[in-house]
Design a protein around this ligand. Structure first.
Ligand code: GH3
Ligand code: MG
Length: 315
């Protein structure tokens, strides 16, 4: 997997939380030359900045004017968006009970005041390195090893999250299911390694076809791919799907044993939240799957939109 890019090494982002400006200044001076430092003087401000800025580490005092440090740590841990941010308590309370409580709440370290800059720096560097390694592993768990696209797990998570947004904001969301045509014959003709390579090329073409930053294309499994298109209605999604179909056809990868085309082709099924009675991943998937099945039976190498059965219509 030598082609898997590591995330760029931006300057690490630190959030320093302390009611006393003098303490903040001391930590700022310790880190500002090679870190991005955000500063908060209250618990609520700390939580807001953690959401907005997604720091890589929080240096957190226990004594704050509103929520205490324990409470801030608890709330950071409770939110999936901030759970992975390591919290280091920096505090004058150097009693055993406070330290034990902080660590039990999920803090990674406890540093006593007054701070000794070289020691704080060294410990923070260690926690930042662990955080970065954790980020890379978490990212890998959501990537498909063959194509480098996001995997089924990422698809499930994103679809569930985007459906919640769609319901809340009353915006449409579309799903595109994609299946390579006559791929078994391709493998039989060229061998599995060539088949793998073809899947990589298809994946790259699909990825290049995602033009909006919120659009996601994933390897759903085998020779199936799925796109989540937030904020996209059915006509919009049909247009995206047609663009993807054309992009894969334009690769002109020879497929002499397919009756569909002399080159590798895909079939696509599209369903939109506006078409399903309940906003569940299952309902949307069933719609897109049904459409894909129709695209296959109608001759493959085509896009088919979901056509929900009308109420009262003959079966
Ligand atoms: P259809 O047009 O109806 O979709 O026909 P098909 O041959 O594509 O469908 P079928 O489901 O019969 O076969 C899918 C094939 O995809 C069989 C399987 O070996 C192949 N396949 C699935 N995953 C991979 C993979 O990761 N690498 C390779 N090389 N082949 C794969
Ligand atoms: Mg297939």
């Amino acid at each position: 997997m030598s082609s898997m890019p590591l995330p760029p090494l931006d300057r690490p982002r630190l959030l320093v939380v302390d009611e006393q400006p003098a303490n903040i200044q001391a930590l700022y001076r310790t880190f500002a030359s090679d870190h991005q430092v955000f500063m908060a003087t209250s618990g609520r401000q700390a939580l807001e900045l953690a959401q907005e800025r997604r720091p890589d580490l929080v240096l957190l005092d226990l004594d704050l004017p509103d929520l205490d440090g324990f409470e801030v740590c608890t709330r950071l841990q409770a939110d999936p968006a901030t759970r992975h941010i390591p919290v280091v308590f920096v505090t004058a309370h150097n009693d055993e009970a406070a330290e034990a409580r902080g660590l039990a709440l999920g803090a990674v370290d406890f540093i006593g005041k007054p701070i000794r800059p070289a020691i704080v720096r060294a410990r923070v560097q260690t926690h930042l390195l662990l955080k970065r390694q954790g980020d890379v592993l978490r990212d890998l768990a959501f990537l498909d090893g063959l194509t480098g696209l996001h995997n089924r797990r990422a698809f499930d998570e994103r679809l569930a999250a985007e459906l919640r947004h769609a319901a809340r904001d009353r915006t449409p969301l579309s799903l595109v299911m994609i299946d390579v045509d006559r791929f078994k014959r391709y493998n039989d003709h060229y061998g599995h390694l060539a088949g793998d390579d073809a899947l990589r090329q298809v994946a790259a073409a699909l990825r290049a076809g995602m033009l909006r930053p919120m659009d996601l294309v994933t390897r759903f499994g085998g020779e199936e791919f799925a796109c989540v298109l937030p904020g996209t209605d059915l006509p919009g999604a049909l247009a995206v799907a047609e663009r993807l179909r054309a992009a894969v056809a334009a690769l002109r990868m020879p497929h002499p044993t397919s009756e569909v085309q002399p080159h590798l082709s895909i079939s696509l099924g599209v369903a939109c939240t506006t078409q399903v009675p309940v906003l569940t991943p299952q309902a949307l998937l069933a719609g897109a799957d049904a459409a894909l099945y129709q695209a296959k039976s109608a001759g493959r190498d085509r896009v088919q939109g979901f056509e929900p059965a009308r109420e009262g219509a003959a079966p």
